[in-house]
Ligand binder design. Structure first.
Ligand SMILES: Nc1nc2c(ncn2[C@@H]2O[C@H](COP(=O)(O)OP(=O)(O)O)[C@@H](O)[C@H]2O)c(=O)[nH]1
Ligand SMILES: [Mg+2]
Length: 355
């Protein structure tokens, strides 16, 4: 899963990146269109840690997220000559985290120094809408010329109808996610990678002494929001453990931003985990909420999906309570499920399959 950190320049994206990764990068103002900072972070999961202690496996494999820290989007960017390169990298992310500045700063002169996250969210939304509108309009021009060929006219007309609906919403300053599409229609526009059809998580970057603030989702598909003082969180990481404990307590931070962030992304993107266990490896796998057992099996290996017979399901809460798979089985709480079983967050799965 690829998550792009985006927002206005100076919102604290790179500071956030540094609070999430092991190797911090320099806080230079990003050049618009420059390659993003990229890092793969492990998703800490207390349940998986418990399973590791239970099985003492040779290999321990937590889930991971790929983070990209993008250059800021200055207002007007979507109409600038550099718009192509500015947005290209964000388009292939699975989800966007918009960092909103809720602290006052005089660092970025072109920007209003006052903290107004609602205004900034609107500014970002306008850039996304403008950028998506251009993509849709270009596609319509292309389709108009393709329409002249009778052989593909039906397909072209179908796509034109869908794209026109998207254009209508975007012209109305609504995100493309507000247009409900059937799955076949969705397939026609998936390749556009529209920013306003992506799930969005908001991170309110508060001042050191900052208060909570209200925010409306506005034009975007906001799935989750949380607040943090990113600066403090990044500073905490540079401290030794003792100092970190003292300052965390002082600032009332009970859970590190890393964990809250990862959880927020899982929630925002509608993701969940299932686990595979054994002496060789204890591993977390990421799937979408509502995925069935065959889809989960296919994550592990396509052969497991093709030859799927049954899934042996050990629910995590029972395993935790009873202490071993053997006990869960003895209590009759291990189940055999078929292809259509909807996997639950935290299920320990053993896929039975034929080669
Ligand atoms: N006061 C305060 N300053 C912050 C906070 N987060 C970031 N900054 C400062 O804001 C400036 C811009 O941060 P940066 O992470 O480079 O923003 P980016 O342009 O979005 O990547 C830097 O000087 C940071 O030290 C915060 O939570 N509080
Ligand atoms: Mg930056």
């Amino acid at each position: 899963m690829k998550i792009a950190l985006v927002g206005l320049p100076g919102a604290g994206k790179t500071s956030l990146f540094n609070a999430l990764v092991d190797k911090p990068v320099d806080l230079l103002p990003g050049v618009p269109g420059a390659a993003p900072h990229v890092a793969v972070v492990r998703v800490r999961d207390e349940r998986l840690e418990w399973l590791r202690d239970l099985y003492s496996p040779k290999k321990y494999s937590p889930a991971s997220l790929t983070l990209e820290d993008h250059a800021g989007i200055p207002p007007g960017a979507a109409r600038s000559d550099r718009r192509g390169e500015l947005f290209a990298g964000m388009r292939n992310a699975d989800g966007l985290v918009i960092v909103l500045r809720a602290f006052t700063t005089d660092r970025y002169a072109f920007d209003d120094p006052t903290a107004d996250p609602a205004r900034d969210l609107e500014l970002v939304a306008i850039e996304f809408i403008t950028a998506d509108l251009e993509i849709c309009e270009r596609r319509l021009q292309r389709l108009a010329s393709e329409w002249k060929k009778p052989a593909t006219r039906d397909r072209v007309e179908k796509e034109q109808a869908v794209v026109k609906r998207l254009v209508e919403a975007l012209e109305d300053e609504k995100g493309a996610h507000t247009v409900e599409l059937r799955s076949d229609e969705e397939g026609l526009v998936r390749g556009f990678q529209l920013l306003t059809r992506k799930p969005i998580v908001l991170l309110g970057n508060t001042a050191e002494d900052g208060d909570a603030f209200d925010l409306a989702a506005g034009a975007l598909d906001v799935q989750h929001r949380f607040d943090a003082c990113v600066q403090i969180e990044a500073d905490l990481l540079q401290m030794d453990e003792e100092d970190r404990a003292v300052f965390s307590e002082e600032y009332g931070i009970t859970e590190p931003l890393r964990d809250r962030f990862n959880l927020g992304c899982y929630r925002g993107l509608g993701l969940q985990s299932f686990f595979t266990v054994g002496e060789d490896e204890v591993r977390a796998w990421t799937i979408e909420k509502g995925d069935d057992a065959v889809t989960a099996a296919g994550k592990i290996h396509t052969d497991l999906a093709k030859g799927f017979i049954r899934a042996e399901v050990t629910p995590y809460p029972e395993l935790r309570e009873l202490g071993s798979e053997r006990e869960v089985k003895a209590a009759g709480k291990q189940r055999l499920e078929g292809k259509d079983y909807t996997v639950k967050d935290g299920d320990v799965l053993n896929i039975r399959f034929s080669k």
